[in-house]
Write a protein that binds this ligand. Structure first.
Ligand SMILES: NC(=O)c1ccc[n+]([C@@H]2O[C@H](COP(=O)([O-])OP(=O)(O)OC[C@H]3O[C@@H](n4cnc5c(N)ncnc54)[C@H](O)[C@@H]3O)[C@@H](O)[C@H]2O)c1
Length: 324
């Protein structure tokens, strides 16, 4: 099977590519290596695959329809896993138009080509942020969603609607996966766990937005990759699945967990809540359990230990790039 992974040089993408190559697939990556965080980290992420015969990378923007069309024409792709996006809630508040371009229009470009070239399955990476600010937990796939808290969340929700639209119009098989905060080796340096680990290690204060009582459902990267693998096997006509761990941890407890793994004390700098942030995320994963046999296995204590172990080993190799 030849699989196109957009955003394959990023955090989740590079883990997925590793898994797909290991299971004998041919992988084509499209990534523009933008500088939202240090592009050298993305180069590092894919370095291990560069010599593989069954791996190819195109340094292309998903907004470049002509270049994308050429890739689809040449590569004879079977399936598309669309991960390329501008991620990050807070940045989207500053740059909403960029999120409309990349996360909505970029997705439509790929849906168009998936239709034109009769792709067998289109998997779209959505986000728990589409659930917005709500007190009703855990979040279920069939909840009414009309109160997103950031342009990022609104863009992801809009892209989901386009996915449904293309399924209805053209019978494309589409799976939408709503990831709940993903962490693990190679995590984007601007995400909380990665940032907190660095700051605690360097003895610097952690900017803590709010009083530390906000709660998140964190999902370890290998559990997300298993979820994607299961949806590839299952290939439903059209489904939306939450992929989370279905457990929550308070921000302050998360900081203490990282700090105890590093054996260093965290210095906190309390700041007001950030615009676009939601107080709670919590996945109901009953549907993924029942239909895909999805069973997340890495709990937060084990996952944070794996992450801090990776951080200690990557620190000497990657140096300052880790935090840029
Ligand atoms: N990490 C999480 O916690 C999380 C949670 C929910 C959803 N997601 C979604 O999962 C996907 C992957 O996230 P990630 O954390 O690996 O982020 P990431 O930024 O590490 O990966 C995204 C990749 O897409 C590429 N990209 C961005 N714009 C592009 C464009 N215009 N053309 C081509 N490539 C482009 C980037 O260079 C990057 O390598 C995203 O769609 C994100 O919204 C992530």
């Amino acid at each position: 099977m030849k699989i196109l992974v957009t955003g394959g040089a990023g955090f989740i993408g590079s883990h997925l590519v590793e898994d797909l190559l290991a299971t004998g697939h041919q992988v084509v990556v499209v990534d523009n290596f933008n500088d939202y965080y240090n592009p050298q980290l993305k180069e590092e992420n894919i370095l291990q695959f560069m010599k593989r015969d069954n791996f190819k990378v195109y340094r292309t923007d998903i907004l470049n329809q002509i270049a994308l069309n050429r890739i689809f024409k040449r590569e004879k792709i079977d399936k598309v896993i669309h991960l390329a996006a501008m991620a990050g809630v807070r940045n989207s508040v500053q740059r909403p138009n960029l999120y409309v371009d990349v996360d909505i229009k970029g997705t439509i470009n790929l849906l168009d080509l998936a239709n034109k070239y009769n792709i067998k399955q289109f998997v779209f990476a959505s986000s728990s942020s589409v659930y917005g600010t709500r007190s009703e937990v855990p979040f279920r796939e069939d909840m009414k969603l009309d109160s997103q808290a950031s342009p990022y969340a609104t863009a992801k929700k809009s892209a989901e609607l386009f996915c449904r639209n293309y399924h209805n119009l053209y019978d494309l098989n589409i799976s939408i996966l709503r990831f709940f905060t993903v962490y693990g080796p190679r995590q984007r340096p601007n995400m909380a766990i990665s940032k907190f680990t660095r700051l605690i290690d360097q003895g610097q204060p952690i900017p803590m937005f709010g009083d530390g009582s906000s709660k998140r459902d964190y999902t370890y990267i290998t559990d997300i990759i298993k979820g994607i693998r299961l949806v590839l096997i299952n290939n439903p006509e059209f489904e939306i699945f939450n992929l989370g761990s279905s457990s929550q941890i308070k921000l302050l407890d998360l900081i203490n967990l990282i700090s105890s793994n590093l054996g260093k004390k965290a210095k906190l700098k309390e700041l007001p809540e950030q615009e676009g942030d939601v107080p709670v995320t919590y996945a109901d994963i009953t549907k993924a359990k029942n239909k895909l046999n999805y069973r997340p296995q890495v709990d937060i204590e084990v996952g944070i230990r794996k992450f801090t172990d990776w951080y200690q080993s990557a620190k000497s190799r990657l140096g300052e790039r880790l935090g840029s």
